[in-house]
Design a protein around this ligand. Sequence first.
Ligand code: ADP
Length: 222
Amino acid sequence: MGRDRHPNAVLLIGLGRFGGTLAETLQRMGHDVVAVDANRVIVQEWSGTLTHVVEADATSEAALRQLGAEGFDRAVVAIGTGIEASLLAAGTLLDLGVPEVWAKAITRQHGRILERLGVSHVVYPERDAGERVAHLLSGRLLDFIEFDKGFAIAKLRAPRSVCGQTMAEALPRRRFGVTVVGVKRPDGEFGAVGSDTVVNQDDLIIVTGPTPEVERFAAATA
Ligand code: ADP
């Protein structure tokens, strides 16, 4: 692959549960994915599903060069359990000049070191899934994503406190610090919410705001 550029392709290191799912999803979405794993058995398992799967040790600069890693604009290090391998692979990709390196971290410490190396996006799949499930288990939230530090968007059944009145009357932002951005009537589609929208108790709503306010809104009005 030499020094060819692959501007729309993603170089993915590690085909564990996270990396494998990521590679498969990206490919299904139409992205070119070059997946690398050091384990021959795993490479064989994935070779039927993924178009480009290569057996290589991603901690080796020579191996990454041979793959043409410096031609990729985006790479993901999906090695979690082997922290040393994760750091070496991320560091080597950055040394080779890959502009956007994403990496999975297992612990906060692991994530901090990845950030210090210059990794642009550190993701914590286990921690994020744990937090999300806690929110879903704890009450009325049907879906929950913390999309930025301290900011969340959630789907829930419309709480009584905002039902039967227009948004201009219910004033969810002033009373609860959250904004109602979407509503789904029974058997309907999600639609936008305006100041004259009335939500009813059998509607689903989408709210966004600071995470504690979203939690309080869902809990206090259950
Ligand atoms: P998950 O928890 O998502 O299953 P793991 O950390 O257990 O993730 O899996 C990591 C994957 O990365 C494994 O398939 C492993 O073979 C691969 N891997 C580990 N070290 C390297 C390396 N140096 N180069 C390439 N792939 C590696």
